[in-house]
Design a protein around this ligand. Structure first.
Ligand SMILES: [Zn+2]
Length: 337
């Protein structure tokens, strides 16, 4: 961990450029006892508050403090140089001091801004801030579930506020923090909602910056998308396939099944199906297509079975380890805390 009380930044900062960074307007307390220095921002905060929330800071401050070298003190406070994003510390200090975000989201049921969730996960992992880590993990696992029962294709990542580059930024966070079990759901959302051009070129955020995927990520998503398109009719919609054999030989049932299939896939040439059908529940409108109750039940059963099977295979389609391994990694990561 790049964290030291009196060690100067590896960039070779001097006294002059230690004092030149901007003081945080929100977190500069005149009675603060320690100064955090992240990127070009200084936060004057309190040993006691940091120790109360973070096990790493608690351990660090419990040790005898070395004498401050010249340049590592601002207004009598030791400077702790942090190799983190300043904006992440702003979000985490906000949680320490006011808890506004947590209260607001919890009691007003507002969606969480992704940068806040990302900051919580990054810094809570690094500095052992358990409650923020739990909060961030819970939000990410609701937004991008690893079990089909919790997955809702229409939730678009709720309870995290949606924005154009959310899925791409979430992939980067998952890779950075090792939360790989959220990747299959994110990849699937991308397959359902993003154009191939966006996958290869990236998506602009509101501030004009571009969120891009690595070539490996792009290939994984495009491969998964191709496999989903291939497997959708054979699995989730198997009951509608004209070639599927049923005990029922009524012409009206066969016509109904074929009609549903052609509506979804076209006749010639087939158009690309709506991939989101893979994990949608049975469409009640299909009950009105003229199938007998036995055929409806059978098609519904195929639909559920196929969806479950597709979900089981989802990580594999994207070239990821299977669910069991993805989730086991989570258990191991959590038990290390
Ligand atoms: Zn029938």
């Amino acid at each position: 961990m790049n964290l030291a009380l009196t060690q100067r930044p590896s960039s070779g900062a001097t006294h002059s450029n230690i004092t030149s960074p901007t003081r945080s307007t929100d977190f500069w307390f005149n009675d603060g006892s320690v100064v955090l220095h992240a990127e070009s921002c200084l936060f004057r905060v309190h040993h006691s508050i940091l120790s109360m929330h973070s096990e790493i800071f608690r351990g660090m401050f419990s040790l005898p403090q070395p004498a401050a070298a010249d340049g590592d003190v601002v207004e009598g406070c030791l400077v702790v140089h942090l190799h983190d994003r300043a904006v992440d510390w702003t979000h985490v200090l906000e949680a320490f001091y006011s808890g506004r975000h947590i209260r607001k989201q919890r009691f007003e049921n507002k969606p969480w801004p992704f940068p806040v969730v990302a900051a919580y996960l990054r810094l809570s992992t690094k500095y052992e801030i358990r409650y923020l880590r739990t909060e961030a993990q819970k939000l990410l696992s609701i937004a991008f579930p690893s079990d089909l029962d919790s997955f809702d294709i229409d939730n678009h990542g709720k309870p995290i506020a949606h924005y154009s580059a959310l899925y791409f930024d979430a992939i980067a966070l998952a890779r950075e923090t090792g939360r790989l079990c959220i990747l299959p759901a994110i990849y699937f959302f991308i397959c359902c909602s993003c154009e191939v051009r966006e996958v290869s070129e990236g998506i602009k955020r509101a501030d004009g910056t571009l969120s891009t995927l690595t070539v490996q990520e792009q290939q994984a998503i495009l491969r998964g998308r191709r496999l989903l398109v291939e497997k959708l009719p054979q699995e989730t919609l198997y009951g509608m396939l004209p070639s599927t054999e049923f005990d029922c030989y009524k012409k009206s049932c066969e016509r109904a099944r074929t009609h549903i299939y052609h509506n979804l896939f076209g006749i010639h040439p087939p158009h690309e199906p709506d991939i989101s059908l893979a994990f949608r529940t049975w469409n009640r409108e299909w009950d009105n297509e003229g199938m007998c109750s036995s055929c409806r039940q059978e098609c519904n059963r195929y639909h559920d079975m196929g969806g479950g099977w597709m979900w089981d295979l989802l990580p594999w389609m994207f070239g990821l380890p299977e669910w069991g391994d993805l989730l086991w990694d989570e258990v191991l990561t959590d038990s290390e805390e």
